[in-house]
Write a protein that binds this ligand. Structure first.
Ligand SMILES: C[S@@+](CC[C@H](N)C(=O)[O-])C[C@H]1O[C@@H](n2cnc3c(N)ncnc32)[C@H](O)[C@@H]1O
Length: 351
């Protein structure tokens, strides 16, 4: 750099340091912008234009560097063997602790505190006024804390913020991907009258039934996939049926409340929109839809895949938007916070 430029730069730096920034950096850029600092040498985060090394030198370097990487990969493999031993020893002692305190060596796994640390719940509760509501629901129904129960309760809490539960009384509720009926259990204890249709893959549908049997109140009548006729005839005030996807075509009902939580994001976009078109046909003006799904999700474990299911590709025309926001609880969970869920609550318009 010629002295002239150096001098000009010094002046410019003095000027910019003494001036207002005029914008707010995200915490991420607060960190990343340090890579452009003039206080130390920097590769400018590789943003710059290369006029130093021609491609043949770069590719020669790449070839040799790859060999070094190969060696370190083998070293990592050996280290992993030791890591596995350390993890095994940890697991052994944790299972003994679990046996001593919880009376079952595997009980502690149910809480998955490695993935969902207790602090995440505390942080969430500082921002969302949910504790008293959640605790009173649990104590009234003799349910204890679990991650899935808490998560589903946060969804229910959001639902109540936007929809008056009285508007969901005596209605047909349909949930696709209802899993182990976590959300449905909460709904079943908060409404006086409903017909609840759960649709899931065959094995999960049956497991959902078994889970419901253990957790819903005695007066809720439960049905299996082959009992659709009996379900239709039942005069129970509260009834739930677990169905498989093909049975959606056999349902000649109006859906008043449609639910899909963390399930459309597990499907290809074509499957999502196929479900949505079948659902929309059965929804009338004023009925509600409640979705909680990943904003964008890769459908493959392969890092090379481009097969995303994006929330913005869901065909939600015909729904008036009541709420569209980032789901809060997930943003307190390590790793998961990088892949946020969005919540969409909508109401069918006249179209
Ligand atoms: C991550 S689980 C969520 C379960 C539940 N909604 C919850 O929040 O606890 C995803 C659910 O979607 C279901 N699922 C995946 N693909 C499906 C499909 N094509 N049709 C119906 N359900 C599907 C799975 O069986 C599973 O129950």
């Amino acid at each position: 750099m010629t002295t002239n430029i150096e001098e000009e730069l010094k002046q410019a730096l003095r000027f910019v340091e003494n001036s207002e920034l005029g914008t707010k950096m995200s915490p991420l850029w607060e960190e990343m912008s340090k890579d452009f600092s003039f206080d130390r040498p920097s590769n400018l985060r590789d943003y710059s234009i290369n006029r130093e090394h021609d491609f043949s030198r770069v590719s020669r370097f790449y070839k040799f560097a790859k060999k070094i990487k190969f060696l370190s990969r083998n070293w990592i493999r050996v280290s992993n063997v030791f890591l596995n031993i350390i993890n095994g020893v940890e697991k052994f002692y944790v299972s003994i602790l679990s046996q001593l305190i919880l009376g079952d060596s595997k009980a502690s796994q149910r809480y998955s505190f490695d993935i969902y640390p207790l602090e995440a719940y505390e942080e969430h509760q500082k921002q969302v006024n949910i504790v008293s509501d959640y605790e009173s629901y649990n104590s009234k129904n003799n349910i204890f804390f679990s991650h899935n129960n808490y998560k589903s309760y946060t969804y229910f809490h959001t639902l109540k913020k936007f929809i008056n539960l009285e508007n969901l009384e005596s209605k047909n509720i349909l949930e696709i991907g209802s899993g182990l009926f976590n959300f449905g259990t909460i709904v079943s204890k908060n409404l006086d009258r409903f017909s609840y249709y759960c649709i899931d893959l065959p094995d999960v549908a049956l497991r959902g039934y078994l889970s419901a049997k253990e957790n819903v109140d005695e007066h809720v009548e439960l049905f299996l996939p082959h009992q659709l006729d009996a379900f239709k005839k039942s005069l129970s005030k509260k009834k739930v049926i677990f169905l498989i996807p093909s049975q959606l075509d056999n349902l000649d009902i109006n859906i008043d409340f449609f639910i899909n939580h963390e399930s459309f994001s597990e499907m290809n976009i074509e499957t999502v929109n196929d479900y949505l078109s079948k659902i929309k046909m059965r929804m009338t003006e004023g009925s509600h839809i409640f979705l909680v799904n990943r904003f964008s999700r890769l459908q493959s474990h392969s890092a090379k895949s481009f097969d995303y299911t994006n929330f913005l590709d869901y065909e939600l025309d015909g729904f008036y938007k009541i709420c569209f926001e980032v789901e809060k609880f997930r943003s307190f969970l390590p790793v998961q916070k990088d892949f946020p869920n969005v919540i969409f609550i909508g109401q069918k318009d006249s179209s």
